[in-house]
Design a protein around this ligand. Structure first.
Ligand SMILES: C[S@@+](CC[C@H](N)C(=O)[O-])C[C@H]1O[C@@H](n2cnc3c(N)ncnc32)[C@H](O)[C@@H]1O
Length: 286
């Protein structure tokens, strides 16, 4: 009898761990565990995912490049960039002439990202930093994207709030909403379509459109309303290098670059830049 009980406990524990670590990817244990798991699979990530470049161009690259037409030097933020799927498909678009800041919480995913985007190194800046808080001023980006990642973050509303904060008025937000069996297996972390759209609405987003995309994800498009009065102008960011847009995560002041380090103008914290070019904000604990 005790042996049977032991067997049941072992099986239940194995199922629990499978659910928590494989299905939910560590989401219920916090962002440190999520990053640890992604670091473990980073080198195999693209082989596991088998992204289709043509599909990505059709559903992501082309429509996003089109939406940015008319902005002379658009600046894009891809949160939870993984191995740079979004930067890659966007940079391949002939219509796209902007800069992308690609941010992720898992350092090894970013290292892989730098390897995949070699051809476009001058157009992508990688930052090691979680999605909340984002190290940028309000109203910085023309487009913010976050694909296949919201449900792994500690709080979807907090993350969306940050994405919208750093979007320029009139800017486009593209995120994914988990669907299919994956949604039901992550209670408290996922949203039905109408709940997700209501959440975006409560954050003042407009023109919210859900588009069926992959087996496990819908694409959700929305706009940040442009509530500026005609006389009100936000700082002109045209021509600024992506590094000039970065802010110290500890005190929000500007950072100055010299060699392989960025130094905060206000608190003096020094943030290293890895040999692969990744800006390691997370290397400095606050
Ligand atoms: C399934 S991958 C998606 C990667 C990429 N967006 C794509 O579509 O290929 C999820 C990514 O989210 C990142 N991530 C998870 N939680 C995060 C957080 N709190 N802040 C920043 N990145 C996070 C992971 O490190 C991982 O690279």
């Amino acid at each position: 009898m005790p042996l049977l009980l032991l067997l049941v406990i072992v099986i239940l524990s194995a199922l629990f761990l499978y659910w928590q670590l494989v299905v939910a990817e560590g989401a219920y244990f916090g962002k440190g565990v999520v990053a640890w798991l992604y670091n473990l699979v980073a080198q195999r990530y693209n082989r596991i995912k088998q992204y289709d470049a043509e599909d990505d161009a059709r559903f992501l690259g082309a429509p996003l490049a089109l939406s940015l037409q008319g902005i002379s030097q658009p600046i894009v933020l891809d949160v939870a960039t993984g191995t740079s799927r979004l930067p890659l498909t966007l940079c391949r678009q002939p219509l796209f002439h902007g800069q992308i800041i690609a941010l992720d919480n898992a350092r090894r995913m970013l290292h892989e990202a730098t390897q995949y985007v070699q051809t476009y190194r001058d157009r992508v800046t990688w930052v090691w930093q979680p999605a909340v808080p984002l190290p940028f001023d309000d109203h910085t980006f023309d487009l913010v994207t976050c694909l296949e990642a919201l449900e792994f973050m500690p709080s979807t509303p907090a993350a969306l709030g940050e994405f919208i904060r750093v979007l320029k008025p009139g800017g486009l937000l593209l995120v994914t909403n988990r669907t299919g069996s994956g949604r039901r297996l992550m209670p408290g972390k996922t949203y039905r379509q109408e709940q997700f759209e209501a959440l975006l609405q409560s954050l003042q987003q407009t023109d919210i459109t859900t588009q069926v995309w992959q087996v496990d994800y819908d694409l959700v498009w929305s706009l940040k309303p442009d509530t500026r009065k005609t006389c009100e102008v936000f700082g002109d960011l045209t021509g600024l290098a992506p590094i000039d847009l970065l802010r110290c995560p500890a005190c929000r002041a500007q950072l100055d670059g010299a060699g392989d380090t960025l130094t905060c103008r206000s608190c003096g914290r020094r943030y290293p830049i890895g040999r692969d070019g990744v800006i390691e904000l997370l290397a400095v604990r606050h």
